[in-house]
Design a protein around this ligand. Structure first.
Ligand SMILES: NC(=O)C1=CN([C@@H]2O[C@H](COP(=O)(O)OP(=O)(O)OC[C@H]3O[C@@H](n4cnc5c(N)ncnc54)[C@H](OP(=O)(O)O)[C@@H]3O)[C@@H](O)[C@H]2O)C=CC1
Ligand SMILES: C[C@H](CCC(=O)NCCS(=O)(=O)O)[C@H]1CC[C@H]2[C@@H]3C(=O)C[C@@H]4C[C@H](O)CC[C@]4(C)[C@H]3CC[C@]12C
Length: 280
């Protein structure tokens, strides 16, 4: 693993992102915000989106200070597919094309035992999954023209069934189905657009820490490094990124060969006595 990381660090050149035209969704906070800063430092053109305009404005201003070639924002909710398309059209209007589409936003969900609310799953699927598919379809002509990259931010919870995240896990598994199948079709059809699915472990964003720290005792990985690894994986056209590697790839190897052992190890991480009723 150390060897693979060393090699990819050697081959990855920050200049690869200079002047590239990038959309980042869910960039008003957390990992998305950090990706915006990293891309700004690399000299990319950036269009960020989320619902909260004031936060986006601040992030875009900081991107300009950090050296982005340009930084724009557009606010709206990804439960609205018209808005999802509008973001892509805005990139076309502003940049005249697109090199990288980073799909990262997620809608609010509860962290707790599944409460039987199927309507919540449907709403979350719209935000966490259908908007990703919609933006991809809309951006594909521009990405084909540039030979660009689609980067999909997923989770360990999108590869392995975990407790307390039933609706969320459902949406993340859907991403794997859609994008891994689409990647295979791209190979067949010789479409020169890479798809990078990012499988993340516990990351120290405010949302994650506030939601799970009373239940999950294991330490969270740094969002800055996570953001860097995602961008690097996308630029290097890797099919998947595992971050942190030890907390995701190793358990993944267990998933099919020793599922009961993995279930045992996963359950040990959870202190369900720390659960609060945190559904909106
Ligand atoms: N942090 C972690 O431990 C892990 C995170 N991940 C993944 O990483 C990604 C980022 O997570 P993280 O940084 O922690 O999350 P944050 O909560 O920090 O960021 C979520 C972003 O999505 C935006 N957002 C929320 N609701 C909507 C909506 N309805 N429409 C459009 N945008 C919305 C938020 O902005 P606003 O509220 O202004 O709309 C914000 O910018 C996600 O895909 C997540 O699944 C994966 C594994 C672990
Ligand atoms: C803590 C989870 C992973 C723990 C685990 O079981 N690891 C492997 C087993 S072993 O190493 O012992 O073999 C975290 C993995 C994904 C996280 C969740 C996530 O994907 C983001 C969510 C969205 C929101 O921001 C709130 C937090 C999350 C529910 C987050 C919580 C922690 C994980 C479940």
């Amino acid at each position: 693993m150390a060897c693979t990381k060393y090699l990819s660090n050697l081959l990855f050149d920050l200049a690869m992102l200079k002047g590239k035209r990038v959309i980042i969704t869910g960039a008003s906070s957390g990992i998305g915000e950090q990706m915006a800063y990293q891309l700004a430092k690399m000299g990319s053109h950036i269009l960020i989106t989320a619902r909260t305009e004031e936060k986006l404005k601040k992030v875009a201003e900081k991107c300009t200070e950090l050296g982005s070639a340009s930084a724009y924002y557009i606010h709206g909710s990804m439960d609205n597919m018209t808005f999802a398309k509008q973001v892509v059209h805005e990139a076309e209007r502003l940049f005249g094309g697109l090199d990288m589409l980073i799909l990262n936003h997620i809608g609010y969900t509860y962290f707790g035992f599944f409460d039987g609310d199927v309507d919540h799953i449907r709403k979350l699927l719209e935000i966490n999954f259908l908007s990703y598919a919609t933006m991809t379809v809309e951006a594909l002509p521009m990405l084909k023209a540039s030979g660009g990259n689609i980067v999909v931010v997923s989770s360990f919870a999108g590869k392995v069934g975990l407790p307390l995240t039933v609706p969320y896990s459902t949406t993340k598994f859907a991403l794997d189905g859609f994008f891994s199948s689409l990647r295979m079709e791209f190979y067949h059809q010789k479409v020169n657009v890479s798809i990078t699915l990012c499988v993340l472990s516990y990351i120290d964003t405010d949302t994650a820490l506030n939601t799970v720290s009373r239940v999950i005792q294991q330490p969270a990985a740094p969002k800055e490094e996570c953001a860097y690894e995602i961008i690097k994986g996308g630029a290097m056209r890797q099919r998947e990124v595992y971050y942190q590697y030890e907390a995701t790839k190793i358990p993944m190897l267990m998933r099919d060969w020793a599922p009961e052992l993995l279930e045992y190890l996963v359950l040990k991480n959870y202190n369900v006595d720390g659960l609060s009723k945190n559904k909106e």
